[in-house]
Design a binder for this molecule. Structure first.
Ligand SMILES: Nc1ncnc2c1ncn2[C@@H]1O[C@H](COP(=O)(O)OP(=O)(O)O)[C@@H](O)[C@H]1O
Ligand SMILES: [Mg+2]
Length: 261
């Protein structure tokens, strides 16, 4: 479904600080699979996601979505950020209706579809609420409903639950897996949290600083739900932690020239 072909990304090419963040990456993401990109801060996870989303272009190489080069964002690739970016002047229902109305659905159809997806994320009782009155977890639920209602083929999620408290985070992880069972979608999910990656993913790609950006590519058993207390879970998290421990830390772009120390 998504393919990266020898992709490199350099911010500010030509400048002394313009070093490669990603270098010669070739990766493929299969349809309806859940992949986590795991790696320390600054290693280029968001950059990779932004390339797939079409927000930025590679310096060299190609990003293909269903065999067509990505050159701009599109509703087929929904993006969810760390902080839910809801329109504060719209109710929960109108936030979800907005994108649907842009697609030319009738008023009644927009309302019906928006309600269906708000129900899916457990927010139907809050359709009339304003974003400011919601908790962070509730706002993320609305953001997920808003994206899913547009029926994207891919959901690109950039540390979507990392600003939430541990309880809300685990509940939303459970919910996300349940939603993916009901509405299969290809997910690329960024996290720097090992437990989260093991709980959610069918495949975990461990990223490190360039030039060896893809440090490990691990396929996990796809049987779900995973038990956070099981031996398999503990062993897999230990394995991934060991992989992460072998990575040099990623340091600020202005001094990336000396990474690897
Ligand atoms: N627009 C930009 N211009 C210049 N450097 C950037 C830009 N975006 C990110 N970077 C740099 O690229 C590196 C990787 O950033 P990012 O992809 O956000 O990493 P991660 O998501 O893994 O934390 C960082 O060193 C960051 O400072
Ligand atoms: Mg990031």
């Amino acid at each position: 479904m998504i393919r990266l072909d020898q992709v490199s990304k350099q911010y500010s090419p030509g400048r002394a600080t313009g070093l490669f963040i990603l270098q010669d990456i070739s990766l493929a993401f299969a349809e309806n699979r859940f992949t986590c990109l795991l790696g320390p801060s600054g290693c280029g996870k968001t950059t990779l996601l932004n390339l797939i989303a079409g927000f930025i272009a590679p310096t060299s190489g190609r990003v293909l979505f269903q065999d067509v080069p990505v050159d701009k964002p599109g509703p087929d690739r929904g993006v969810i950020f760390q902080d839910a970016t809801l329109f504060p002047w719209m109710t929960v229902l109108d936030n979800v209706r907005f994108g649907l109305c842009q697609q030319g659905l009738s008023h009644e159809q927009c309302t019906a579809v928006a309600q269906e997806y708000l129900d899916l994320v457990g927010m139907l009782p809050h359709t009339a609420a304003w974003p400011v009155s919601l908790s962070g977890g509730m706002r993320q639920r609305v953001a997920i409903a808003r994206i899913l209602a547009l029926q994207p083929k891919v959901m690109l999620m950039d540390e979507p639950f990392s600003a939430l408290d541990a309880n809300s985070r685990e509940r939303l992880q459970d919910e996300l897996l349940r939603i993916c069972e009901i509405r299969p979608v290809t997910v690329v999910y960024i996290t720097h949290n090992v437990e989260e990656a093991v709980f959610l993913a069918e495949r975990v790609i461990v990223m490190g600083p360039a030039p060896d950006t893809i440090h490990a590519d691990i396929h996990l058993p796809s049987k779900r739900p995973r038990l956070r207390t099981s031996r398999e879970f503990t062993e897999t998290t230990a394995l991934l932690r060991a992989e992460l421990d072998t990575l040099p830390c990623c340091i600020a772009s202005s001094s990336r020239g000396v990474h690897g120390l």
